[in-house]
Design a protein around this ligand. Structure first.
Ligand SMILES: [Zn+2]
Length: 342
């Protein structure tokens, strides 16, 4: 064993140290974690969290108290102040939670620079200790990045691509971490949109992250992804028939009225067969510009009918997405979310 390894092990066993700022001279309890100690106020935590309230109010007969979430109140003092050990919580995660508790604007629905790790830790701990206000703000914040309306979702997704690194949830890969965090914290109504977002990852990417996803969550994701892929494949193979049905009809403005059905045809549809992203079959964006071979072009009337038909089918598939993951429709999910964040 080399010297550096010994040093690292020694450091990891060091006693937790008082936090620089979350150490109030008039604090009434010390919260102990693996690396940090926080001297905070029982009354203030009790006001914000029902779990802390119960923990502080219900000591067991032997002088210690065991909270339901695993926090142990030992008859132990730290420099004369009662100490509570938060079992299983990382010091840096509890730091985030307490910053959110004490700094009024630390979490708000407009905040855009919170790291994904901090968000996930806050959601987990605010759920575990029942900090309702913080949890509500976090869910609202996530909901803004993952709207359940198709046009808003697709707009937000394209915005994420443009914003790049540094903005909250700017990487769609973040969806996997967020999905797991929401799953663990029972935020059911946001799961379908997150499942859908994760479907755009390759199987290789999903499996590389599988170790961090609970088995049930991974199962739902993979089954739903297969259903979505199969539904989109079915639709894409029908596109030539849809094109045929949309050209040369009563709205056709081609001079001889028969030209459009003969000149319009698709090329390279096979490129889309593995897609799991509805945006990739957006009418004007992909179908018309990239796949429709149209020298000298189908007429305006036929084009317009084709685009409308494609958009209508896209909307229909969007509405089916929650059911692919075993959930009710978007309307129900939105209503549940609205009720939860009121
Ligand atoms: Zn036409």
């Amino acid at each position: 064993m080399d010297v550096n390894t010994c040093l690292q092990r020694t450091e990891s066993r060091e006693a937790p140290k008082p936090h620089d700022s979350l150490w109030f001279f008039d604090g009434s309890v010390v919260l102990a974690t693996d690396t940090l100690l926080f001297k905070v106020h029982k009354g203030f935590l009790s006001l914000k969290s029902s779990v802390f309230k119960d923990m502080f109010e219900l000591p067991s007969p032997d002088g210690s108290a065991l909270g339901e979430v695993g926090a142990v109140i030992m008859p132990e003092l730290y420099e004369g102040t009662p100490m509570v050990t938060l079992v299983g919580d990382k010091g840096t995660d509890v730091e985030q939670l307490l910053l959110a508790v004490y700094e009024k604007r630390y979490i708000n629905r407009d905040r855009n620079d919170l790291s994904l790790e901090a968000f996930a830790a806050l959601l987990r701990l605010s759920t575990k200790y029942d900090f309702k206000d913080i949890r509500r703000e976090l869910i609202t914040l996530a909901g803004r990045h993952y709207p359940m309306f198709q046009s808003s979702y697709e707009f937000t997704s394209s915005l994420h691509c443009k914003l790049g690194v540094g903005q909250m949830f700017s990487q769609r890969r973040d969806s996997i971490v967020l999905l797991q965090a929401m799953f663990e914290s029972n935020v059911d109504y946001l799961l379908p949109i997150l499942y859908y977002s994760c479907c755009s990852f390759s199987m290789e990417t999903i499996l590389a992250e599988a170790h961090s996803i609970r088995a049930e969550c991974l199962h739902n994701l993979l089954i739903g992804r297969e259903k979505l892929q199969s539904r989109l494949k079915m639709y894409i193979t029908k596109l030539p028939d849809i094109l045929h049905a949309c050209t040369g009809s009563t709205g056709c403005t081609s001079p001889d009225g028969k030209k459009c059905p003969h000149v319009g045809r698709f090329a390279n549809l096979c490129d889309l067969l593995d897609t799991t992203d509805l945006y990739s079959i957006a009418g004007a964006r992909t179908i018309y510009k990239k796949l429709l071979v149209h020298p000298p072009g189908i007429c305006k009337g036929c084009r317009s009918l084709l685009m409308r038909t494609i958009e209508s089918e896209r909307q229909k598939i969007w509405e089916e997405i929650p059911s692919m993951f075993g959930y009710p429709g978007w309307r129900d999910l939105r209503a549940k979310m609205d009720a939860a964040v009121l």
